[in-house]
Design a binder for this molecule. Structure first.
Ligand code: NAD
Ligand code: DAU
Length: 358
């Protein structure tokens, strides 16, 4: 039975990935989830999983070398799937330091502990081990409007403290691959959307504010473009790269789904208006009057667009969920989980953790 060490599994993509993996492999795998439970980590995302015998949660910071070494010493880890990071661009503009700490130094700790556990006396690595570093398309910088795309060969040109820290972490992983022959892959993915996303990010923030009749803040002219991918499609891609990715390679992952921010916001308003019954009093305020243009994000990247050709050709992965379907599923999820939203916005999930794990 393979043992996966997942970092940041209580966050948005990590918790979706853990759900995906148990749905797919059930009792044929073991998952150890290490997460520091920052403001973005929420064990409520995994409440249906925590009683499984083949799942363990460890509350630890990835920068804490001793804690990570202990996990490797006590378990034969086969796969490291490394999500843990500070992930929000706006926060990185206000407070870059923790981004360098967690994203760069934390990644280095993870690499060092995996290397120490997997390296054999002759310098080769134990067979069938893999470290998958989950990264972002933001490392490539910004594209103009038109027919250009990010390829794996596109030079790195990060602009925000967040993307600079992710680019640095990619370089540290690459250094381990190039120097030690370390068995790793790097994946660079576009914007994810789906269940369990913290409402500081565009899509959940707009859903939440629309339901509450609050203003919908649009940065700049609203014409910045992102390439949106349904989070479960990302989870599947990560699993496929873990199993089929050639050691040392990097793979771009994207949705073939470019949209301007203002389009996304209007789609969400229209979808919520369609879903709410006429009898629901909230329906009266669900309209475009909520849209409010605000000061632009500093250094705001104009357009991201991924060419996922390599992962399709070499691994056979493609995005499966059409945006029209994925956004409905996402809005339905937030409709059905108003209590979740209430807890994450009020900090109640900290209490949840204390009660669950004392
Ligand atoms: P998230 O902010 O929702 O979750 C991050 C998780 O990491 C949280 O559970 C948090 O508690 C944990 N964490 C933070 N610092 C930690 C530390 N020092 N030690 C241990 N755990 C820590 O992030 P997300 O959106 O799920 O992103 C996950 C990964 O995917 C990140 O590496 C991010 O760069 C990358 N990524 C995200 C997107 C996206 O659209 N969200 C797209 C491409 C790549
Ligand atoms: O591209 C992948 C990246 O996508 C990930 O690496 C990051 O972790 C993830 O946070 C995301 O970064 P973005 O900055 O693209 O996502 P965000 O949801 O913060 O913003 C999406 C777009 O919407 C961006 O152009 C800024 C804009 N925006 C965002 C917010 C929160 C607004 O116009 N208003 C808002 O209130």
């Amino acid at each position: 039975m393979r043992t996966y060490l997942v970092t940041g599994g209580a966050g948005f993509i990590g918790s979706n990935y853990i759900h995906y993996m148990f749905d797919r492999y059930d009792n044929d795998i073991r998952i150890i989830n290490v997460d520091a439970l920052t403001y973005a980590g929420n064990l409520e995302n995994l409440s249906d999983i925590e009683k499984r015998d083949n799942y363990t949660f460890v509350k630890a910071d990835i920068c804490d070398r001793e804690a990570i070494e202990k996990i490797f010493a006590e378990n034969e880890i086969d796969r490291v799937v490394h999500f843990a990071a500070e992930s929000h661009v706006d926060r990185s503009i206000r407070n870059p330091e923790v981004f360098v700490q967690t994203n760069v130094l934390g990644t280095q700790v993870m690499l060092n502990c995996a290397k120490a556990a997997w390296e054999q006396e002759d310098g080769s690595f134990k067979p069938d081990k893999k470290f998958l570093h989950v990264s972002t398309d933001e490392v490539y910088g910004s594209l103009d409007e038109g027919d250009t795309y990010f390829y794996e060969t596109t030079p790195y040109d990060p602009h925000s403290p967040y993307s600079a820290s992710k680019a640095s972490s990619d370089m540290v992983v690459k250094a381990y691959i190039d120097t030690y022959g370390f068995p790793a892959n790097i994946t660079n993915c576009s914007n994810n959307y789906g269940a369990y996303q913290f409402p500081e990010k565009l899509i959940p923030l707009i859903i939440n504010n629309t339901l509450q009749g609050k203003k919908l803040p649009v940065y700049g002219d609203g014409k910045n473009v992102r390439d949106w991918l349904y989070v479960m499609d990302h989870a599947k891609a990560i699993d496929m790269v873990c199993e089929k990715g050639k050691i040392g390679e990097k793979y771009n992952i994207g949705g073939h789904n470019e949209k301007q921010n203002i389009e996304i916001i209007k789609i969400i308003i229209d979808t919520i208006a369609e879903m709410l019954p006429d009898s629901d009093p909230r329906k009266a305020h669900v309209n475009y009057d909520l849209i409010t243009y605000v000061t632009d994000r500093k250094g705001h990247d104009r357009r991201y667009a991924i060419a996922p050709d390599k992962i399709k050709k070499e691994i056979g992965w493609e995005p499966e969920t059409m945006f029209a379907d994925g956004i409905k599923l996402t809005i339905q999820w937030y409709f059905a989980h108003q209590d979740w939203m209430q807890h994450v916005t009020s900090g109640d999930y900290q209490k949840y953790y204390e009660e669950m794990y004392q």
